[in-house]
Design a protein around this ligand. Structure first.
Ligand code: ASC
Length: 148
């Protein structure tokens, strides 16, 4: 029974991933989607800067809520970098060096997971460290795969 549920869950995951990739009728739609996701990511990332810099009080609950949103947002852009969706500010290396791009994506995922752990800890020092690493992860991917 448990095995059947697992198989069913995997089948659903595959189905929905494929369906998610098919959401874009033309490359411009995918470009707009991933850029929109990045606008929201940058907003929810950037609004924590005053707290990280010590210019605003640390409200652990507010940060946790914001990081929960970041977790959701961080999952969004990637399906819009699929085959045939070249363009926008992306370098062609996104599509020619998929291994390297996947590594950056994975690093980012881990960085955001670590940011969640840090937000949950309610320890500002831990939050600052994880925030810095997440920012580095954004920058490192942009340096390699985004046009200037
Ligand atoms: C942001 C944003 C990025 C990253 C990066 C961090 O808020 O828009 O691209 O942080 O600048 O180095």
């Amino acid at each position: 029974m448990k095995k059947q549920i697992t198989v069913l869950a995997l089948a659903c995951t595959t189905f929905f991933s494929a369906a998610a990739n098919a959401q874009f009728a033309k490359p411009e739609d995918a470009i707009k989607y991933r850029q929109s996701a990045k606008v929201l990511l940058a907003s929810h990332f950037g609004r924590m800067v005053p707290v990280i810099k010590g210019e605003a009080p640390y409200d652990a609950e507010a940060i946790k809520e914001n990081v929960a949103l970041l977790n959701t947002l961080a999952a969004l852009p990637w399906g819009a970098f699929g085959p045939g969706f070249e363009g926008g500010d992306s370098k062609s290396e996104v599509w020619t060096d998929t291994k390297g791009f996947d590594e950056k994506r994975e690093n980012f995922k881990v960085a955001i997971q670590n940011l969640s752990t840090a937000a949950d800890s309610a320890d500002l020092a831990q939050l600052k460290a994880a925030f810095g690493k997440a920012g580095q992860s954004c920058k490192s991917c942009h340096d390699s795969y985004r046009k200037d």
